[in-house]
Design a binder for this molecule. Structure first.
Ligand SMILES: [Zn+2]
Length: 112
């Protein structure tokens, strides 16, 4: 038997609207956190990252890109560069404090 194809991703109109609003909010120039996005678009913070992943993929086709200011530890200055996930790290792997500044997001023209 052939493996069943993955369920096709049918974006609901609501998701489209939410992403449109997030994109508009990201396009204002100031980097914003997932928490700020959640407050602006009125969705739970934990849902913001999923939408950001989707926006990051779709932006590539439009000559723009999602700019991520990586999370940074306030305790020792460790920057979470390698972290590809968009969620906020729980605590610093170096010094173990929980004082990690959350990543910030904005949208920029892709000049590459
Ligand atoms: Zn640290």
């Amino acid at each position: 038997m052939k493996p069943r194809p993955k369920k096709p991703a049918v974006p609901s109109p609501k998701d489209d609207t939410v992403r449109h609003e997030i994109l508009a909010f990201l396009s204002t120039g100031e980097p914003v956190s997932a928490l700020q996005i959640s407050g602006e678009v009125r969705i739970p913070e934990r849902e913001v990252c999923g939408h950001l992943e989707h926006i990051r993929r779709t932006l590539r086709a439009t000559g723009r890109r999602l700019v991520v200011v990586p999370a940074k530890c306030d305790g020792c200055g460790f920057v979470f560069h390698k972290r590809d996930r968009l969620t906020r790290p729980g605590k610093c792997p170096i010094c173990g404090t929980g004082h990690v500044r959350e990543p910030l997001f904005s949208v920029d023209e892709d000049v590459a």
